[in-house]
Design a protein around this ligand. Structure first.
Ligand code: C2O
Length: 531
């Protein structure tokens, strides 16, 4: 194993998109930021210097962070933010993970432009569990605002309304030529008769995405850096936070030029939508070597944004790989978590709010981050008083329960097996929430539409369920997940639609120490930022 060292300098940068010049916050002057590429077993050190005017943190989305919770990154959960002109070195080990992950800012809407790929290859000397590809291509899908994104978020918070919609979708930071003023389209040149591994990441803030490539099928081999049984499809579906590793097999010469197209899969009901639907299309080009660069690429037929059945067919059809899958059968902690949207009275900080504000909750608790000390520091010092309470309700909540604001965590014994029924509301307004767990992968035992009943347990897949770190809970439906709480620390569990985090759609698991060496929360690193 090696140590991979990276230096991230975060700063403002001016870029041109959609006929506008916009100041964004970016890492090392790149959009997307630098790709981190390591092998399983490596140590990773990323020295982050904040040259931006905003407080920020970086999260390594999907990294298990075994015994390195101080490097996880969510602002006020595991650390106070890195203040302007300050630095913090994130240090962690890759422990038994392979595939495509990513990193992103985890404070306010900075994630819109502070993101990049984090690729974990097999340990030195081991191979992929599929034919070694001839070429690998990271494709980071994003959302673009012509306005400053921190202002977009601030305006929404002040008014208690939902933030305005993005102005475009992007592939590797570029909109592609179907949008105005696109002077560059991300282009991959491939050889005929080869295998290409596409590493697709949905880094969008608030939009589920469909991804297609004209003239080719995908063979999905992993999602969220967890291997899957080979799954052939012509459409990839990614909730914000998800990744998909998919092989394509190129055809014989002369095969031409093809669009890779990105469109929203948007299940937001009109009742909660801030502005109208955006069905615009981001594109990148896959061109066979020998084809003229000026040839017009073929366009795939895209699903409509409301095509939930295509999305569910993709999600429900994935299977894990049996050889890597040992589902724990004895459950220690059972919970139901109901995801709710609603309204709360405006508070005094919401200066342009009129009466009530949009809010969201898990089991009726609209989650608020602490402001003076991070949850992890409070846990480490054993002094939660005034910072958090450990009374997050296990559910199921009674119907008609009033929404309350709070910093409530759920304490989990070390190494306990936790099963959670995630229930989306079945009445309008209905929305597909991508729920992300920090610090763990979880098995997806079952998913369905309507209200979960105990009888659904007979349909659990305990043989080859897919593992993930982010799961789209179906609109008007439910999902059951299971994981082993084998990592002491404070782990955020939240909706990966960034607009829903400040509204309160999250909670935190406080995993307790074990007794054996290697099961105790280590002390914070010396350079951990203070509030
Ligand atoms: Cu990718 Cu808590 O986030």
């Amino acid at each position: 194993a090696a140590t991979a060292n990276y230096t991230f300098t975060v700063a403002s940068m001016r870029v041109n998109r959609l006929c506008n010049s916009t100041d964004i916050i970016a890492v090392n002057g790149q959009l997307p930021g630098p790709t981190i590429e390591v092998n399983d077993g490596d140590e990773v050190v990323v020295n982050v210097t904040n040259g931006s005017p905003y407080n920020l943190t970086i999260h390594w989305h999907g990294m298990l962070q075994l015994l390195t919770p101080w490097a996880d990154g969510p602002s006020m959960v595991t650390q106070c933010p890195i203040q302007p002109n300050s630095s913090y070195a994130y240090r962690f080990n890759v422990t038994g993970q392979e595939g495509t992950l990513w990193w992103h800012a985890h404070s306010s809407f900075l994630r819109a432009t502070v993101y990049g790929a984090l690729i974990v290859k097999p340990r030195n000397g081991s191979a992929y569990p599929f034919p070694t590809p001839d070429q690998e291509v990271p494709l980071v899908l994003g959302e673009w605002w012509s306005q400053n994104v921190v202002d977009v978020e601030k305006d929404a918070l002040m008014s208690g309304q939902l933030p305005s919609r993005s102005d475009a979708f992007t592939v590797n930071g570029l909109t592609g030529q179907l949008y105005p003023c696109a002077n560059e389209t991300f282009t991959v040149v491939v050889e005929p008769n080869t295998t290409v591994l596409l590493r697709v990441i949905n880094a969008a803030l608030n939009t589920h995405l469909f991804f297609k490539l004209a003239g080719h099928n995908f063979t999905v081999v992993a999602v969220d850096a967890c291997y899957t049984a080979n799954h052939t499809t012509d459409t990839l579906v990614l909730a914000p936070g998800n990744t998909v590793d998919a092989l394509i097999f190129t055809g014989p010469k002369p095969a031409g030029s093809y669009y890779m197209a990105v469109q929203p899969h948007d299940t937001i009901s009109p009742a909660t939508m801030a502005t109208s639907d955006d069905d615009s299309t981001a594109t990148a080009i896959l061109r066979y070597n020998g084809t003229s660069p000026t040839a017009t690429p073929a366009m795939p037929a895209m699903p409509t944004s409301s095509d939930t059945s295509t999305a569910n067919a993709f999600y429900f059809g994935l299977r894990g790989v049996k050889a890597f899958t040992a589902v724990p059968t004895k459950v220690d902690v059972n919970m139901t978590i109901e995801l709710g949207l609603g309204q709360l009275p405006c508070d005094s900080a919401q200066t342009s709010c009129n009466g009530t504000a949009f809010a969201a909750a898990m089991n009726g608790v609209s989650f608020r981050l602490p402001t003076r000390v991070s949850l992890l520091e409070a846990q480490f010092k054993g002094k939660p008083a005034g910072v958090y309470t450990a009374d997050f309700p296990d559910g199921p909540p009674g119907s008609g329960m009033a929404m309350v604001e709070g910093t409530k965590v759920r304490s989990l014994p070390y190494n306990s097996t936790v099963e959670i029924v995630l229930q989306n509301p079945t009445a309008v307004p209905a929305e597909n929430h991508p729920i992300h767990l920090h610090g763990f992968n979880f098995f997806v035992l079952a998913q369905g539409l309507g209200t979960f009943t105990p009888g659904n347990a007979s349909a659990y897949n305990l043989v080859d369920p897919v593992s993930r770190n982010t799961l789209a809970v179906p609109t008007g439906g439910w999902a059951v997940i299971r994981f082993v709480a084998n990592n002491p620390g404070m782990w955020f569990f939240h909706c990966h639609l960034d607009a829903h985090v400040p509204m309160g759609l999250g909670m935190v698991f406080a995993v307790q120490n074990g007794t054996a060496p290697g099961s105790i929360l280590p002390p914070p690193p010396a350079d951990l930022p203070m509030c």
